[in-house]
Design a protein around this ligand. Structure first.
Ligand SMILES: Cc1cc2nc3c(=O)[nH]c(=O)nc-3n(C[C@H](O)[C@H](O)[C@H](O)COP(=O)(O)O)c2cc1C
Length: 304
C-alpha cells in the first residue's frame, strides 16, 4: 500500500494508549509491522510543550514507517501541532476520530467528530495546510446508525491520504465482533487506501479482513500485545527474535527515555500480556509485578 508516496509493506500497528511506546513500536517494526503509530497525543498538550507529550513522541530508527497520532477538535491547535518541529521525523500524522472515552467525547474530540463531519473536515483541512501527510482513524459510526462510508469519503475530500477504520461504533467501545461490512462500503466509496481494523490477530484473520473488505491493509491492535511476532506471521515469516530479545530491546529503548523505576513500572503491563496463557505464566507475571529493577525483569524474561 502507498500512502502519500510512502510505501507500507505489512500490517500496521494500531495506536494503543499506554502500550505503543517507542520500545514496543521498535520491536513490532523489527518483527515486520509496515507502519507503527504512537498512542494518541493531545494537539494542545504538544503546543504547550508538555514534557510527557514529547516523551510519547520519542522514536528510534528501527521504525520502518513512523507515524504520530494526535487528537483534538480545534483546527487551529491541530494545524499548530502538525507544524511542530517534532513532527519532522514522522512520515504520517494520523488524526484520532475514534476514541470513545467520555472525557474526550465531551470535549467534541475523538469519536465525537463522527457526529460532526463538517468540523472533522475542517480539522483535516487545517492539518493538511501544515504540508504534512495526514491520515485519519475512525470507527464505523457513533451510535448504531453507521455513517462510515459517507464519513470516510468526507475525510478523503478534505485531504486525508488514508483512513483506518475500526469496525465498531463508539457505542460498542471494544465489545462484540468487529463489523467488516461498513469497512467494505468505505473501501468502495473512496480512492484513497482504507485500512481495516478490528480483531485481526493472526494470518488467517488478516487475510479474511483483506479479502472481505477489499481494504488496502490491516491494522493490528490488541493482537500485538505480548505478541509483536504477529506481524512476521501475518507476512508468512518466522519471527526474527525470541520473547527475551523482544523484551530486552523494548526495555533498552525505554531506558533512553525514562528513569529505571518508570521503565520497570511500564514494562509490567507488557509482561502481563507476554505471560498470558503460558504454563507457569501466572507465577512469572507475579514475579514481574514485584520486580524493582530492569535486571530482575530481564531475568524473568529468560523464562518466557
Ligand atoms: C488499551 C487500548 C488503547 C487504545 N488507544 C488508542 C489510541 O490511542 N488511538 C486510537 O486511535 N485507538 C486506540 N485504541 C483502539 C485500537 O487502535 C484499535 O482500533 C482497537 O483496539 C481495535 O483493534 P483490535 O481489535 O486489533 O484491538 C486503543 C485500544 C485499546 C484496547
Amino acid at each position: 500500500m502507498i500512502i502519500g508516496g510512502i510505501e507500507i509493506k505489512g500490517a500496521t500497528l494500531a495506536p494503543l494508549a499506554g502500550y505503543t511506546d517507542a520500545g514496543f513500536r521498535a520491536v513490532c517494526s523489527l518483527c515486520g509491522a509496515g507502519a507503527v503509530y504512537t498512542e494518541m497525543i493531545s494537539a494542545k498538550g504538544l503546543i504547550y510543550e508538555s514534557e510527557k507529550t514529547k516523551d510519547l513522541l520519542y522514536s528510534t530508527p528501527y521504525e520502518r514507517v513512523s507515524c504520530a497520532q494526535i487528537f483534538g477538535s480545534d483546527p487551529y491547535f491541530i494545524r499548530e501541532a502538525c507544524e511542530h518541529k517534532i513532527m519532522d521525523k514522522f512520515a504520517l500524522i494520523d488524526i484520532n476520530m475514534g476514541c470513545p472515552v467520555p472525557k474526550i467525547v465531551k470535549n467534541g474530540e475523538g469519536s465525537a467528530l463522527l457526529n460532526n463531519p463538517s468540523l472533522a473536515q475542517e480539522v483535516v483541512r487545517a492539518a493538511v495546510k501544515s504540508g504534512r501527510r495526514i491520515t485519519v482513524k475512525c470507527r464505523t459510526g457513533f451510535s448504531s446508525s453507521k455513517n462510515c462510508a459517507e464519513f470516510v469519503k468526507m475525510m478523503e475530500d478534505a485531504g486525508a491520504l488514508a483512513v483506518t477504520v475500526h469496525g465498531r461504533t463508539r457505542e460498542q467501545y471494544y465489545s462484540g465482533k468487529a463489523d467488516l461490512d461498513p469497512i467494505k462500503e468505505a473501501v468502495q466509496a473512496v480512492k484513497i487506501p482504507v485500512i481495516a481494523n478490528g480483531d485481526v490477530k493472526d494470518r488467517k484473520s488478516a487475510e479474511y479482513a483483506l479479502e472481505y473488505t477489499g481494504a488496502a491493509g490491516v491494522a493490528v491492535g490488541r493482537g500485538a500485545l505480548g505478541n509483536p511476532f504477529v506481524f512476521a506471521r501475518i507476512a508468512g515469516n518466522e519471527p526474527p527474535m525470541s520473547v527475551q530479545q523482544a523484551i530486552e530491546i523494548h526495555i533498552d529503548i525505554l531506558l533512553e527515555i525514562y528513569p529505571e523505576h518508570k521503565v520497570v513500572n511500564d514494562m509490567k503491563k507488557h509482561f502481563a500480556f507476554y505471560t498470558k496463557g503460558m504454563r507457569g505464566g501466572k507465577e512469572l507475571k507475579m514475579k514481574a509485578f514485584k520486580a524493582k529493577s530492569v535486571k530482575e525483569l530481564k531475568e524473568i524474561a529468560n523464562y518466557l
